[in-house]
Design a protein around this ligand. Structure first.
Ligand SMILES: O=c1ccn([C@@H]2O[C@H](COP(=O)(O)OP(=O)(O)O[C@H]3OC[C@@H](O)[C@H](O)[C@H]3O)[C@@H](O)[C@H]2O)c(=O)[nH]1
Length: 451
């Protein structure tokens, strides 16, 4: 029989856990202790559904692996079990705690799917969030450290009852109870991922490990955005998913391409060893509105350069040419040529961001683990891209050849047979149609009206 002393000790321990849990959950904008999870629709992941109704809260210690059983809340007063006034006090207190959290849960929104998007404040991430938030059955939690992402990309969702934004670096463990994880977090532009290569590889390896630990703990399905860079400088063209790639393991790009390759390995090891539901997208070059203007990737560079080429004549804009002070400081419109990195014959295939997001969601919702290439097979040399931008934005802009960086892949084009057959997906927006949409976004942000 349990003595009063032992009961008191247990209560104090449980209460301490509850408080700690409350703190973490509140800090992360998450649910209160003991709050019941909503029922899910029949066709959704039953594993998480059972977990949600179990009245348990999962937690972690230090590692991303460990799972600590949570506190089971006593849901009703059992008058037969009162052994003393002290017991009564503790039982009433426990009951009060549960009822308070029940009241909170009744006020909560009833969503069917809670989705975590790491890197959700970034370029692709924020478009994905827009699409997910478009479904009022979804609750979306974004975790981002804002290294390349920006709150500005999510401003329309801040304060929305189905949306949470957490400043979080995925190299640290994260505790949130979710059904799906879109794991995008990692700088994607070569100049940014090469800026702090050790951090980049940590993000890919430790970050993915942490997200897999979370997926394992809460029974969530996880999608990794891997990259066409896993094919390195490919010797097979176009690249299909069975190609193992041609990657320099010690080069300046390795932090990213080898990092993503290890991330893919981790995904499959967790899948085979722990039965985690995984999805891997190998995403090819993507462009569209909200790319950072100083992102450094080729499409954003060429568009920004073509726009800045405009000779600044205040009269041409009725004196309101540049409304963005930072833009005017950075870009005095003195005329920037398009910088084609030598030799200019290297190729890439560019996918518009809305097509990309559509492919990612189909992959997540479908039955196939992947890896699956998501990209637009239209292939262009960088010289051709420069000429297209020139033709569309400014005929007067000049094109110059500049030095390239090491290990730049010479060709890249996705074979999307698998995406077509397994996901029923293929891109719909041609480069010539997507570039003007991005131009419009850049004009607005730079404060440069159309001629
Ligand atoms: O100003 C520039 C910038 C880049 N380039 C060239 O344009 C090509 C594409 O370069 P980017 O920097 O845009 O992108 P990369 O293809 O090298 O890497 C990208 O690959 C796919 C994604 O997963 C990542 O977003 C990113 O790593 C390269 O050949 C590069 O040399 C230019 O010619 N001029």
């Amino acid at each position: 029989m349990v003595t009063n002393k032992e009961k008191k000790k247990k209560f104090r321990k449980d209460n301490h856990r509850t408080k700690r849990k409350e703190e973490v959950l509140t800090e992360t904008g998450f649910r209160k202790q003991g709050e019941a999870r909503p029922e899910k629709e029949e066709n959704q992941n039953s594993k998480s559904s059972v977990r949600r109704n179990s009245g348990r809260v999962t937690g972690c210690k230090n590692s991303s692996e460990e799972e600590v059983p949570g506190l089971r809340i006593q849901r009703s007063l059992d008058f037969n079990s009162f052994e003393s006034v002290e017991n009564l006090f503790f039982d009433v207190l426990n009951c009060f705690m549960f009822q308070t959290s029940e009241r909170i849960s009744h006020c909560r929104l009833q969503s069917n799917m809670r989705i975590l998007v790491t890197g959700g404040a970034g370029f692709i991430g924020s478009h994905l969030v827009d699409r997910l938030m478009g479904n009022d059955k979804n609750e979306v939690i974004v975790a981002d450290n804002y290294f390349t992402g920006s709150k500005d990309n999510l401003r329309k969702w801040i304060g929305h009852p189905r949306f949470e934004l957490i400043r979080h670096d995925v190299t640290e463990p994260l505790l949130v109870e979710v059904d799906q994880i879109y794991h995008l977090a990692c700088p994607a532009s070569p100049i940014f991922y090469k800026y702090n290569p050790v951090k980049t590889i940590k993000t890919n390896v430790i970050g993915t490990l942490n997200m897999l630990g979370l997926a394992k703990r809460v029974g969530a399905r996880i999608l990794l955005t891997s990259t066409s860079e896993v094919y390195g400088d490919p010797l097979v063209h176009p690249q299909d998913e069975s190609y193992w790639g041609n990657v320099n393991p010690i080069g300046v790009r390795s932090c990213y391409d080898e990092g993503k390759r290890v991330a893919e390995t981790l995904m499959f090891d967790y899948h085979r060893q722990h039965g985690i539901e995984i999805r891997i997208a190998r995403i090819f070059n993507t462009y569209g509105p909200r790319m950072n203007i100083d992102d450094g990737r080729v499409v954003s560079n060429f568009i920004a350069q073509a726009l800045r080429y405009y000779p600044l004549l205040p009269s041409a804009f009725n004196g309101t040419a540049i409304v963005d002070a930072s833009a005017s400081a950075l870009h005095p419109c003195s005329g920037e040529p398009l910088t084609v990195q030598a030799p200019g014959t290297q190729t890439r295939s560019f996918c518009y961001v809305s097509d990309m997001v559509d492919g990612l969601i189909r992959l997540m919702e479908g039955e196939h683990t992947g890896p699956i290439n998501i990209g637009n097979p239209g292939e262009f040399t960088m010289q051709e891209l420069a000429e297209t931008v020139k033709e569309l934005i400014d005929h007067e802009v000049t094109i110059v050849s500049v030095e390239n960086t090491p290990d730049d892949p010479r060709q890249r084009k996705p074979d999307i047979t698998k995406a077509k057959e397994l996901l029923g997906w293929e891109p719909t927006i041609k480069l010539r149609d997507g570039l003007p949409l991005m131009e419009e976004d850049f004009r607005q942000r730079l404060g440069i009206p159309k001629k």
